[in-house]
Design a protein around this ligand. Structure first.
Ligand code: DCP
Ligand code: MG
Length: 469
């Protein structure tokens, strides 16, 4: 029962993580309707809505993986995730061009207001409902009410509502990534910076930018975030945010309680907040050159073979085989790349470690806009400015957990949900962004690349662009 045959992965697999799903597919009018139903159930947020929402999403994922455009619901016979309710919605769309249930929601005032209000940073379904109960119809109504929350996310979210609602483009994500890499290169040349989330899955825009960072010297990652934020503040790019400390302990890996499995929260050190993006980020292509020469660790087997030409899938490198060249760029271990220079490596590591210890300044470093009053935040938002407010998540993972963190922060959310459930149900393994734990053997399974994560799970490797479930 432990062995899963991955040689015959077909679109009829029960698991979305096995089938994979790309951004574009041929059943968009159906998946759009099903995801609207999912969204509606999530916003209602009552007792049975979690499982209803999940059921719509699972069905949507089946349609995403079909190699043909659906023309008849009979084509879905045998698919586990297509229940009666979904079949009816699909049949209506096929027969009449739309589903009355979906159209009713689409035209519902309540749904519009809930979407409008939950689009405010820091606002979930419960707060949105309370605003509707107050009779508020629009963001203007909420703004008029004045100080409505002690939560800084909500006051900043309201002040910069229009900015934050405008999707972050891939150009902006690249420009910001370049800037982070450049700053990180000064702070800690060996650190690894990766844009994760939707952008890594190939999306051309997103609601935020998620950047995952690590350092090949375990432990040396612990100070990079406060230093990076200090550097960003010096460039006047930090508006407002909060730090969370790393609260991970190894017992958490084996915690298989329902709460543990369902929780999407991880325990990494991170900064979650809002940054200033100069308007030039939308157009600046010159930054690209910095990006190309920056510290980077190739992430996938495809990338590795692109670098070296000959690397086999199963040869993807354990972390200790990463070579570090004289100019501090990291490269995969192969005869085509730099020879290991152990002396150089240990010198660089020693220098970085000393620098880290010398400047372990407190994380409560004051940022320029941190203490603005609500009024000042509003006037900042209304001022004549050449920048846009953008949501940014910066996450730091110890290197030993990095590839699990990479899978977790690449998503999609549903891909994570599915692969974690699959690991538990099929293999008796507990998967989180911190690692993989074998419940039977009572041991953790380390991974030194993403492919190894998939191998441990006996799943075919899925490129990030195939994780758009
Ligand atoms: N994530 C998760 N569960 C959460 C939050 C995050 O699994 N509650 C993971 C999966 C996400 C990734 O982190 O894909 C980034 O989170 P985002 O909310 O930023 O999601 P995306 O980047 O996928 O979407 P967007 O393009 O809107 O930013
Ligand atoms: Mg994102």
């Amino acid at each position: 029962a432990y062995h899963v045959d991955t040689s015959n992965v077909s679109e009829v697999s029960d698991w979305a993580c096995k089938r994979g799903a790309t951004l574009t597919h041929c059943n968009e009018k159906f998946t759009e309707a099903l995801e609207l139903l999912q969204n509606h159930a999530e916003l209602r947020n009552e007792a049975s809505d979690y499982s209803r929402a999940l059921a719509f999403r699972r069905a949507s994922c089946v349609l995403k993986s079909l190699p043909f455009a659906l023309t008849d619901v009979q084509q879905l016979i045998g698919y586990k995730d297509i229940g009666e309710h979904v079949r009816k919605v699909l049949a209506d769309i096929l027969d009449y061009g739309s589903s009355p249930e979906v159209e009713e929601i689409r035209n519902s005032e309540w749904f519009h207001k809930m979407k409008l209000f939950t689009n405010v940073f820091g606002v979930g379904p419960a707060i949105a409902k309370s605003w509707i109960d107050k009779g508020w119809q629009s963001i203007a109504d909420v703004r008029l009410a004045g100080s409505i929350s002690k939560d800084w996310r909500i006051s900043w979210g309201l002040a910069f509502y229009e900015d934050l609602l405008t999707p972050v483009t891939v150009q902006e994500a690249e420009a910001f990534e370049t800037l982070i890499r450049t700053e990180m290169k000064k702070i800690s040349p060996l650190s690894i910076v990766t844009v994760t989330g939707g952008f890594r899955r190939g999306k051309s825009n997103g609601h935020d930018i998620d950047i995952l960072m690590t350092h090949p010297d375990e432990g040396a990652e612990s100070n990079i975030l406060s230093k990076l934020m200090g550097a960003l503040n010096k460039c006047d790019l930090v508006l407002k945010g909060y730090f969370t400390k790393n609260t991970f302990s190894s017992e958490m890996l084996s915690d298989d309680s329902k709460k543990g499995l369902r929780s999407h929260f991880d325990h990494f050190e991170k900064w979650i907040g809002i940054c200033k993006f100069p308007k030039s980020f939308q157009t600046d292509r010159k930054l690209q050159s910095v990006r190309d020469s920056s510290t980077t660790l190739p992430e996938s087997a495809q990338q590795l073979s692109h670098y070296s030409g000959t690397i086999q899938h199963q040869d993807v490198l354990p972390s200790e085989h990463v070579n570090i060249s004289a100019d501090n760029t990291m490269s995969p271990c192969s005869k085509h790349t730099f020879k290991t220079d152990d002396k150089q490596k240990s010198l660089t590591l020693k220098r970085e470690r000393t620098e880290m210890l010398e400047d372990s300044s407190p994380k409560s470093k004051r940022f320029k806009y941190e203490d603005l009053s609500e009024k000042e935040v509003i006037s900042l938002a209304n001022s004549d400015r050449n920048w846009t407010a953008r949501r940014v998540d910066l996450i730091v993972s110890p290197y030993s957990q990095y590839y699990y963190a990479l899978v977790g922060w690449t998503g999609s959310k549903h891909f994570n949900r599915d692969i974690r459930l699959y690991a538990q149900k099929v293999l008796g393994l507990r998967l989180t962004s911190h690692g993989l734990f074998d419940m039977k053997k009572g041991e953790a399974l380390p991974a030194s690349c993403e492919e190894e994560v998939f191998r441990h799970l006996q799943l075919p490797y899925r490129d990030p662009t195939e994780r758009n479930c």
